[in-house]
Design a protein around this ligand. Structure first.
Ligand code: PAF
Length: 296
């Protein structure tokens, strides 16, 4: 397939190298001023990719869009102008709600959503490290997307395990709950994920998950609150030495994904008349941190 990776950060670069190795024609699209880009995954040979070449968009069968949730709205219009109507759009990012305001514009295209637990790190612009084996779920955002289950086999061949989930929003909510619990707390406290196992964080983690579970129930998303809370502890243990993406964003004073993580839960809670004070407080704390950098 002709595949363009839009926003080749750590996860995008991981998929770029694996899809290339699986025999696909892979190109990159990003913010650098370049026409070619090389990438090395772990100790594999360096691979060369076309970069920001418009003809790669014109003939793309699949766009794998790995920009952050808050970048989707600004990145998408220019991309849509350059692709064919049959081009499949596959989004992979933390958080939810990035496509809500765009669903009319996306209606003609087959659109897929995904969530992955692979760990990846980009220590240099041309280097990506696969730091943790994970799993990927993909599923449809719209009716044309529901006919694209074959994309699951394409991805599975390149970087297993990949499964098709007809109700991908269920998996996205599960991942959202994990991010609501881990990301803002690690960012505010400036701690590694593993430090959240300290008993002093237990009550706050319990409350975050109880609030998210209440919103999930209001949204008719199946949820077992105790299993979800246990999953958070498993992720904390499995990623103990990692610094969460929001922790890293705060350290580097970069815009975070808070609007699409706890902010999304707060917006959905308001729609259902539910109070989510702990998520609201975390949302406001990260927002005020962000504002303090832009005002400085
Ligand atoms: O955003 C992140 O950092 C990751 O999604 C997770 C699962 C919290 C692990 O660090």
């Amino acid at each position: 397939m002709n595949i363009v990776i839009v926003g080749p950060g750590a996860i995008g670069s991981l998929w770029a190298t694996h899809l290339h190795q699986a025999g696909h024609q892979v190109a990159l699209w990003g913010t650098q001023n370049a026409t070619h880009w090389s990438l090395q995954c772990d100790e594999q040979p360096k691979l060369n990719f076309a970069y920001n070449q418009p003809d790669t968009l014109h003939r793309a069968d699949l766009l794998l869009i790995t920009v952050k949730a808050w970048q989707v709205a600004s990145a998408l219009p220019a991309l849509l102008e350059q692709i064919a109507d049959e081009t499949i759009l596959l989004f992979m990012h933390n958080g939810m709600g990035a496509l809500e305001a765009l669903s009319d514009r996306l209606a003609p295209y087959p659109v897929l959503l995904s969530t992955t637990t692979h760990g990846a790190l980009k220590p240099a612009p041309d280097k990506v490290l696969h730091t943790g084996q994970g799993q990927t779920q993909i599923g449809p955002f719209n009716t044309p997307g529901a006919r694209c289950e074959f994309v699951c086999d394409v991805l599975q061949h390149a970087l297993p395990q990949v499964s098709w989930n007809q109700h991908i929003e269920h998996a996205l909510w599960q991942k959202l709950a994990i991010n609501c619990a881990i990301n803002p707390l690690t960012a505010i406290e400036q701690i590694s994920n593993g430090e959240l196992a300290d008993p002093r964080y237990r009550a706050r983690l319990d409350n975050i998950i109880a609030e998210v579970a209440a919103v999930m129930r209001a949204e008719h998303i199946p949820v077992d609150q105790h299993a979800l809370r246990a999953t958070v502890d498993l992720v904390i243990a499995a990623t103990a030495r990692n610094r969460s993406s929001m922790h890293q964003d705060v350290v580097h004073q970069r815009q975070t994904e808070i609007d699409f993580i706890n902010g999304y839960v707060v917006r959905k809670a308001q729609q259902h008349g539910l109070a989510v004070p702990v998520n609201q407080q975390l949302y406001q704390h990260i927002q005020s941190l962000q504002q303090s950098w832009t005002q400085a």
